[in-house]
Write a protein that binds this ligand. Structure first.
Ligand code: ATP
Ligand code: LTN
Length: 346
C-alpha cells in the first residue's frame, strides 16, 4: 500500500553541474540566540557563494504556538534585520517571509494527503513542544513538519542546512516527497540535511542535557543576540561547569565540553587546541576569554542591527524583492503539482 512506502536513506550527494539549491527556514519567535547563530545563520553566511540560496522567515510556523499580532510583526522584522546583520547578503540570496508566498500553505495541504498520522506522532519536536498536552495544543503544531516539507519541496532544494534537532523533519520531507513521486510521477527533488559537526547542537548554559533554546523560561540558559557585553560576560561566568579545574573535553563533563565547543568554533580552533591553550589555567581564565570571544563575535552584528533598525525601508525592500523571486519559483512548482495530482485548472 502506498502509505507504507519508506524511502531507503541514501545519503550520497546528487551529481549535477549546476549550483546546488539550498533552502532553510527560521521561526520569528523572538530571542534569537547563540545556538541559532552558530548552528544555522553562520553556516548560511559561510556557504552563500557556493550555493543558490533561499532563506525563509517562517511566520506561519510561528502561529503553531500562541502569538499576538504585534509580537509576530516585531519578531519578523527583528529576525530579518538579524539575518542581514549577521552577514547574509540579500543581493546574493532570496530572503523572504513565508506567508508572502501563498503556495506554501497550498502545498502543505496537498502533502498532508501523503503524510501518515503515525509519522507525525513520532516527531520528537512535537513531543517536546506539546509537553505531553496533545489534547490541547494546536493542530498546527502537529502538522508543522508538513508545512516545513512544503517550504523545502517548493524550491527543489537539494540541501537543507539545519541544526541536529531538525534531522528528523528533513527525513520526513524525503519520505513524503518520495511517496508523492511514487503515486503521481517524478515531481519533487529529494533534499538532504546539511548538518555541520561543529555547532549543530549548542547546549543550554544551565543544563548541558538540553539544547540552548529561545523558549527556555530561564534567560541565563542562553546568550541572546541582543544581550549587552556585560550581560554576556555575566552569563558565561554563571554557566554551570562540571567538577574539577582542568579545561578538558570529556564526555563525562558535558557542560565544560559545550563551552569548549563554543570557544573552538568562534576562534576557529580544534577543541584539543583549546584544551592545550588553557592547560593549567583553570575555569576562571577560560570563562573570561570565552565571554570576550562571544562579545567580539556579537558586537559587530549588534552595531549593524542598530543601523538597520534606523532605516526600516532597507529590510522592507529586501523582503519585497525576496517575496517576488520566491513567488515566481513556487508558482512554477505548484502548477506542476496541480497538474500531476489532477487538481483544478479550469
Ligand atoms: P525553540 O527554542 O523554540 O525550539 P529554536 O531556538 O530551536 O526554537 P528555531 O527557529 O526552531 O529556534 O531554529 C532555527 C535554527 O537554529 C534551526 O536550524 C535550528 O536547528 C538551529 N538551532 C536552534 N537551536 C540550536 C542549538 N541549540 N544549537 C544549534 N543549532 C540550533
Ligand atoms: N522547523 C524549523 C524551522 C523551519 C525550517 C523550514 C528549517 C521551518 N521551515 C525549512 C529548514 C527548512 C525549526 O524549528 N528550526
Amino acid at each position: 500500500m502506498a502509505t507504507q512506502q519508506q524511502l531507503p536513506r541514501v545519503e550520497s550527494a546528487p551529481q549535477t553541474d549546476r549550483k546546488l539549491r539550498v533552502l532553510s527556514g527560521i521561526q520569528p519567535s523572538g530571542n534569537f540566540h547563540l545556538g541559532n547563530y552558530l548552528g544555522a545563520i553562520r553556516n548560511w553566511v559561510n556557504q552563500q557563494e557556493m550555493y543558490d540560496n533561499s532563506f525563509c522567515i517562517v511566520d506561519l510556523h510561528a502561529l503553531s504556538l500562541a502569538t499576538t499580532r504585534d509580537s509576530l510583526r516585531a519578531n519578523i522584522r527583528n529576525l530579518a534585520n538579524t539575518i542581514v546583520a549577521a552577514g547574509v547578503d540579500p543581493d546574493a540570496c532570496t530572503l523572504f517571509v513565508q506567508s508572502d508566498v501563498a503556495e506554501h500553505s497550498e502545498l502543505c495541504w496537498v502533502l498532508q494527503s501523503v503524510t501518515q498520522f503515525g509519522e507525525l506522532r513520532r516527531m520528537t519536536q512535537f513531543k517536546d513542544k506539546s509537553g505531553g498536552q496533545d489534547e490541547s495544543v494546536s493542530a498546527a503544531l502537529f502538522t508543522y513538519p508538513v508545512l516545513q516539507a512544503a517550504d523545502i519541496l517548493l524550491y527543489d532544494a537539494d540541501l537543507v542546512p539545519v541544526g541536529e534537532d531538525q534531522k528528523q523533519h528533513i527525513e520526513l520531507t524525503r519520505d513524503v516527497a518520495y511517496r508523492f513521486n511514487q503515486r503521481y510521477g517524478e515531481t519533487f527533488v529529494l533534499p538532504r540535511p546539511d548538518i555541520k559537526p561543529d555547532g549543530a547542537r549548542i547546549m543550554s548554559l544551565d543544563d548541558p542535557a538540553k539544547k540552548m533554546s529561545k523558549s527556555s523560561p530561564n534567560p541565563n540558559s542562553y546568550i541572546a543576540l541582543g544581550d549587552k557585553p556585560d550581560e554576556i560576560r555575566r552569563k558565561i561566568k554563571r554557566a554551570v561547569t562540571d567538577s574539577g579545574t582542568e579545561i578538558v573535553v570529556d564526555p563525562g563533563k558535558p557542560a565544560l565540553t559545550n563551552l569548549i565547543s563554543i570557544y573552538s568554533i568562534l576562534n576557529e580552533m580544534t577543541p584539543e587546541a583549546v584544551q592545550e591553550q588553557f592547560a593549567g589555567r583553570g575555569y576562571g581564565a577560560f570563562k573570561s576569554e570565552l565571554g570576550e570571544s562571544i562579545v567580539t563575535a556579537i558586537e559587530p552584528i549588534q552595531q549593524r542591527l542598530l543601523e538597520l533598525d534606523a532605516s526600516p525601508e532597507i529590510i522592507d525592500g529586501v523582503l519585497r524583492s525576496g517575496a517576488g523571486k520566491a513567488r515566481a519559483y513556487a508558482s512554477g512548482t505548484m502548477t506542476r503539482v496541480r497538474e500531476r495530482a489532477g487538481l483544478g485548472g479550469y
